[in-house]
Design a protein. Structure first.
Length: 164
């Protein structure tokens, strides 16, 4: 597949320059980053959440864990993880689990982590498990700048400390 048609159309319509990075098949964003030799803090992963008001996609560095409490507090919602069958319906041109971080291209609400604000480059899933899309950090921020953002994740060590 290389790149989902929805994402390709979205990037092209916004005149965003990008390239793709091929890697061996992986099942997670952090593994994709490792396989592609990409810094994990520059790999933006998408976590789809839902509540009675609908879906929202949280975008965070691949080496972090989403703090659902922080997202719910920021958005004043009671979100939970979306199910795999729901993901298949939302991202019809993507392989299951290969959700692009630019989920606003699919008409979904997005909240993104402030820890992505200063990255020189950003990599996102392209819609399959063998390709990443590489964007300049400034282009990623241009696409995300009107969307809500906050610190919504933390590294594993900090997350463990918060919950112990």
């Amino acid at each position: 597949m290389a790149i989902a048609i929805t994402i390709k159309s979205y990037l092209d319509s916004h005149n965003i320059q990008y390239d793709t990075v091929e890697h061996v098949h992986t099942e997670s964003a952090i593994d994709s980053a490792k396989s592609a030799h990409v810094p994990p803090h520059q790999m933006a992963k998408a976590v789809v959440l839902e509540d009675d008001s609908g879906y929202i996609v949280s975008v965070l560095p691949s080496n972090n864990r989403l703090n659902l409490g922080w997202v719910n507090e920021e958005l004043q919602r009671e979100l939970k993880l979306a199910t795999e069958p729901e993901l298949k319906k939302l991202f019809k041109d993507c392989n299951t689990g290969a959700i692009p971080a630019l989920s606003n291209a699919y008409g979904l609400q997005v909240i993104w982590d402030d820890q992505l604000k200063h990255a020189a480059d950003i990599y996102i899933e392209a819609g399959d498990h063998e390709h990443l899309i590489h964007l300049k950090g400034e282009d990623f921020r241009q696409l995300m700048n009107q969307l809500p953002h906050s610190v919504i994740s933390a590294g594993k060590e900090y997350s463990r400390w918060v919950y112990e």
